[in-house]
Design a protein around this ligand. Structure first.
Ligand code: BG6
Length: 511
């Protein structure tokens, strides 16, 4: 990408007037959960919002055959269940559905990928896509190598015409550790070039996560405070009520919270919070700054891992059975469903400021937010008036359930005397802009079709993140390390998480 890249953060966002280029959107793994829950509803909503060219067609690919008509019916049901805009506009879907097709193909059988290639050419011509193609790999990680290899063998790694594009969108997890991530990258980059590869982290498609960039770099009031002089610590939380719904247990057994959430979403949020001012608001500049933050997170010694991280697992509790009773989970599983960790970004801006991360499944509520907690005033003038039990000044970026930004300060309680109380100033997306935010996948699918990789992850970011995760995991595997702690399903996580910080000011805020 050049220094004058065009991107959605500059061009007016998903609501801009620009139509998408024509293309064939090929979903490999079209019968899976992700297609039903996220990809199909996102494509429908893009059409609903008039964001897709009517020369965008969809080809679902999977190993078990079905007719175009069956596939359309399945997707219609998925959209009716999972679309954010309800009720679904039947007329609109029936029109769009005519451009949805299905092709059976098995990556283990190169011939079937040649047949796939022929079908793609036929659809290119029918829809006048100009040979533009996006391949979305909505498949389990074990299937990646076969599919990527077969795409290459069938020549589908090359665009279908002069001036056209062929892009591949890869879902997380990008490997399970640094070395497997490198292998995956070698495979990808053996068949595609880096600028064809779009590594998705759906958190970057969330409106408020992007708004963090606006908050920090479009406003002069906060940026001077974002450093070790004024920030006491940062808390980043993603709590979920969900456990291993459906078929997730088997995947999670090979992953755990550290690899599933911290390696990707949590470290990306940390990087956006801590990064330096980019030279421009474009993909290269933003990713250059994010990767520097990740590289500044120094490896932890085993003692530091013992004192700065907690891993937990949900046991039976008010919200239901324990993790070990879930489908596809070993009854003796030692996999963590909760992680709390304190990391430090060792650079001039942030030296000594704890970045506290916590994430867990089957907690008491679903919430995601970033809290920047500021230092106390140098001395308290109000203590002698009995006002010393006040909350910290805090900037909160709310990602879920309500998207917005809040500033918490101390204010005077009306009436005689001087009584102070924390008060909150809220900016709320829904009420300010009067419309529901698009789903993260809508942003990201449109970006992939438009060729804007700003909100996708670069290979060096993936590597830097895995280095941090592998470092923690290798200490966890050592003898004498604090063991997994249990917490009741439906609680706010293990009590031990609080003990990661002695200073009460730095304790976790309630979920
Ligand atoms: C996914 C993880 O990437 O993010 C899931 O694999 C997790 O385990 C999900 O539930 C959380 O996403 P969101 O958008 O619901 O916070």
């Amino acid at each position: 990408m050049g220094s004058r890249e065009s991107n959605r953060l500059q061009n007016g966002g998903i609501g801009s007037e620009e139509a998408s280029p024509p293309c064939l959107f090929v979903i490999i793994g079209a019968t899976g959960d992700l297609t039903a829950r996220k990809i199909a509803p996102a494509l429908y909503n893009l059409v609903h919002e008039n964001m897709l060219s009517d020369r965008v067609a969809v080809l679902g690919v999977a190993r078990h055959p079905r007719s175009d008509e069956q596939f359309r019916q399945e997707m219609g049901q998925a959209i009716a269940t999972h679309s954010r805009s309800q009720p679904v506009d039947e007329g609109l879907w029936n029109q769009f559905a005519k451009r949805w097709h299905f092709q059976v193909a098995d990556a283990g059988d190169e011939n079937s990928y040649r047949t796939l290639s022929a079908r793609i050419k036929e659809l290119d011509e029918r829809y006048k896509t100009g040979g533009n193609r996006v391949f979305y790999l909505a498949i389990i990680p074990e299937a990646f190598p076969g599919v990527i290899h077969s795409l290459g063998v069938a020549g589908l790694n090359r665009p279908g015409g002069g001036g056209a594009f062929a892009r591949v969108v890869v879902e997380k997890p990008f490997g399970t550790d640094l070395s497997s991530a490198r292998e995956l990258d070698a495979l990808l980059l053996g068949n595609f070039s880096e600028n064809q590869v779009y590594r998705i982290d759906h958190y970057l498609g969330k409106e408020t996560v992007q708004n963090l960039i606006a908050l920090r770099f479009a406003n002069a009031i906060f940026e001077p405070l974002f450093n070790r002089q004024y920030v006491d610590h940062v808390q980043i939380t993603t709590a979920e009520t969900a456990g291993m719904e459906g078929r997730r247990g088997a995947y999670y057994e090979a992953s755990g919270a550290l690899r599933d959430m911290v390696q990707s979403h949590m470290l990306q949020m940390l990087a956006l919070t801590a990064m330096e001012v980019p030279s421009r608001i474009d993909g290269t500049s933003i990713r250059n700054e994010k990767v520097k933050v990740l590289q500044c997170i120094a490896p932890l010694t085993p003692d530091e891992v013992a004192s700065r991280t907690i891993r937990g697992q949900y046991a039976a509790g008010p919200a239901g059975p324990g993790y070990r009773q879930e489908l596809g989970v070993s009854p003796e599983s030692m996999i963590e469903t909760y992680v709390a960790a304190t990391l430090y970004v060792d650079n001039w801006r942030w030296a000594g400021v704890p970045f506290r991360l916590r994430t867990g499944k089957r907690l008491s509520s679903k919430t995601s937010h970033i809290q920047i907690v500021f230092k106390r005033e140098p001395m308290s003038l109000f203590q002698e008036m009995g006002c010393d039990a006040r909350g910290p000044n805090q900037l909160t970026v709310r990602i879920f359930p309500t998207e917005g930004i809040s500033v918490t300060i101390d204010g005077k309680v009306p009436g005689p005397g001087m009584l102070l109380r924390p008060v909150r100033m809220d900016f709320d997306y829904g009420s300010t802009f009067g419309s529901a935010s698009p789903e993260a996948y809508e942003h990201l699918l449109l970006d992939a079709i438009q060729g804007d990789s700003t909100l996708f992850i670069r290979d060096d970011e993936v590597e830097a993140s895995w280095r941090i995760i592998d470092n923690i995991r290798s200490s966890w595997n050592m003898a004498g390390m604090p063991k997994l702690v249990m917490y009741p399903a439906g609680s706010s996580g293990p009590d031990e998480a609080q003990s990661l910080m002695n200073d009460p000011y730095k304790r976790w805020h309630p979920i």
